[in-house]
Design a protein. Structure first.
Length: 191
């Protein structure tokens, strides 16, 4: 199993091995932003159903979001174009989660891309770089602030869309919108 902490640039081999598990909950500690489990052997499943359950850190609320997805085999084609949404009104912050790891070895290479965020009276583009065998978390709120649109009101452009184009195909993308005031959270996988 490989993990990436928030202060690390890439996945690190955790030396942890999972044996004969038919059902399990893997709960990441607060410092882990990405986990990769690699299978080897004669019988490897082509898909493992997974749900990603996110909660707002340091909140005791009962809010969570469950994003259904799955772990794919090396036979699943990766994509170079992804899109999704975000929500910025009422004190929400929105994140885009990207991963750059190949489903079959050799390891991934550094990826260059462009993220475009747009909504009513909003259109911004930013070049991004995703290190090999790692994950990247982008804050839509920070992208808007960096672009000079930080004078917007709290309910301006409540919903936004984003589009990602990368020079090499990458794995799944996800987006999350959360409110730290009460732990409200929702999101979905990118498309």
């Amino acid at each position: 199993m490989y993990t990436q902490k928030f202060d690390q640039k890439m996945l690190q081999n955790s030396q942890e091995t999972l044996y004969e598990q038919t059902s399990s909950n893997l709960i990441l500690d607060g410092e882990t932003k990405f986990i990769c489990i690699r299978f080897k052997g004669d019988k490897i499943p082509s898909r493992i159903n997974a749900s990603f359950i996110y909660k707002v850190r340091n909140q005791s609320s009962h809010y969570s979001t469950d994003i259904a997805s799955g772990a794919e085999s090396g036979d699943v084609p990766l994509k170079s174009h992804h899109w999704g949404h975000g929500y910025l009104g009422n004190g929400y912050k929105s994140l885009i989660l990207l991963r750059n790891n190949k489903l079959n070895l050799p390891v991934a290479t550094q990826i260059h891309g462009v993220i475009t965020v747009f909504g009513h009276d909003l259109h911004l583009r930013k070049d991004i770089l995703i290190e090999p065998e790692s994950a990247l978390v982008l804050s839509i709120n920070e992208l808007i602030e960096e672009s000079g649109n930080s004078s917007r009101g709290p309910n301006d452009n409540t919903f936004v869309s984003w589009y990602l184009e990368v020079d090499e195909p990458i794995g799944d993308t996800f987006w999350l919108a959360y409110r730290t005031a009460d732990g409200a959270i929702f999101g979905d996988h990118g498309f």
